[in-house]
Design a protein around this ligand. Sequence first.
Ligand code: ATP
Length: 235
Amino acid sequence: AAAAPLLSVRGLEAWYGESHVLHGIDFDVAPGEVVTLLGRNGAGKTTTLKSIIGIMAKRKGSVKLAGTETIALPSRTIARLGIGYVPEERGIYASLSVHENLLLPPVVKPGGLSLEQIFTLFPNLKERINSQGTKLSGGEQQMLAIGRILRTGANLLLFDEPTEGLAPVIIDQIGRTIAKLKQDGFTIILVEQNFRFAATVADRHYVVEQGKVVDMIPNAELDQNIDKLHGYLGV
Ligand code: ATP
């Protein structure tokens, strides 16, 4: 039997002011799974992540984390349940050093990685420990954004387009990191435009279209669904 989902999203709706952008998102993520949210620009992938962590002011439906209903909880309470979010823009503080950036997000749960463990995962960060955020390459910023979330003890990680704008060699490193995190028991939701990358790391893919999940494709069945997927993504 399949494990009970770690995250279960049902009928999730969200609004920016009067603008209704999520119209009933449904999906599940099992413990230890890596799933992607795929879809065209503006489909609602980022808004789905923002709704899960509770920063969309107006949202309704159901978001259960390990059985706990979070839809009405404030974002700080949701974070303490063990959700870590790495936004598309990464959120690195330019005037703080790598070390200071690493220490910034509050620890929410026991079991987070130590700085040494983070440096084992991302050796570049150790070399840059005293560098300012502004001095980092895009790849280093992404590693820092991921690394500091691992310190917090979050076990459900939401990554919004972690490969965007990065060189292939860095994308490979991010891919190996995601594989390692999965091995270590983390559960990961990945918003991706880079479909080839998504296929190397994910167990399943959810397709988002106009604020709804319209399909689910297991990674093992990707090849036979490739035309359908290209249709969804408009490529
Ligand atoms: P992208 O890859 O472009 O980020 P996405 O699938 O993540 O695409 P969202 O960013 O979730 O899409 O956007 C969903 C819809 O909400 C779009 O129509 C977008 O224009 C709108 N939207 C996003 N952010 C805001 C905002 N801050 N205020 C108003 N509307 C917004």
